[in-house]
Ligand binder design. Sequence first.
Ligand code: SF4
Length: 369
Amino acid sequence: MRGEGMLFDPRAVAALARRIRAAASALGRRVVLMEVCGTHTHAIAAAGLRRLLPPQVRLVSGPGCPVCVTPVDYLDRAEALAALPGTIVCTFGDLMRVPSSRGSLERSRAAGAGVRVVYSPRDALDVARAEPASRVVFLSVGFETTAPTIAAALAESEDSGIPNFRILPGNKTVPPPLRALASDPGVLLDGVLLPGHVSVVTGSRAFSFLAEELGVPAAVVGFTPADVLRGVLELVEQLRDGRAEVANLYGRVVREEGNPRARTVLDRFFEPADAVWRGLGAIGSSGLALRPEWAHRDASRIEVAVPEPVEPSGCRCGDVLRGSIEPPECSLFASACTPDTPVGACMVSGEGTCAAWYRHERRTAKERP
Ligand code: SF4
């Protein structure tokens, strides 16, 4: 899907930008629109869409990068598990360089800990199958899009009798933090671009509370630059007209009810649980915990000493994830903190807001008065 985000139709983009400018001129105030999807973050930065928007429309990134919102103590626990004899921690590559309290998974691996990069939960299951004497722990991080594949790996571990496969639960769900942000009087938020991938699983109806309860316009959008601008236009027009609806502009793949099959496999293994988000704190029912009957698959139950979490000094990832600041407003951006020397999670992941700004929007930021 990342490739779809790169499709650029200059005529469509220019026409949409004109329509947004016309609609925004009737707003009478400046509005803040938030996207909550790492792929949108990347597509917006790569295509330079912010430069096309009028001054009345500010487009910010929210907590849409799963690696970025994973708290430090999760990484600390993963490193502690990897240090246990006979234990192999399997993870997506994005987590490897995220700073923990004392280092990172990459540094733990260099020091001899059992850490392996995998491309899917299924790969981790294969490691467990191939090395039955080892305890294999998959770092289960991601939103509603990733969680069904993890549930499928758990189902296979049960069906195939692979007892040495466990996960460290860290999955999160998108609607609860949006409710928290949209309800927070300290957060400027006038409209939301909803994540297409997540909405495929949840359905657009899962976000109806934004419009119906909180009066915040929202739009489910795809990943081309024109898709994103169509969403911006929809939100600006709703705000101009005093409306609040959840528009599904990605109807070619997103249905109102979502994907019931994916949710069924999810529900077999997971249940909602409170979870801590980097920058947002604890949010009720925003995480996915393993159901008690799968305790034998739950690596969070393994007793291990975990240090007190230490946040990276000077990092303002939390403010970035709330849309309160843009990355260049962090004093470490592009100086002490770069993709080669990341201080915080938002600079590590390819979906991170700071990394996207560093790669694509640094000149734009410097050019601003
Ligand atoms: S630029 Fe680096 S230090 Fe600053 S908020 Fe982003 S990740 Fe954190």
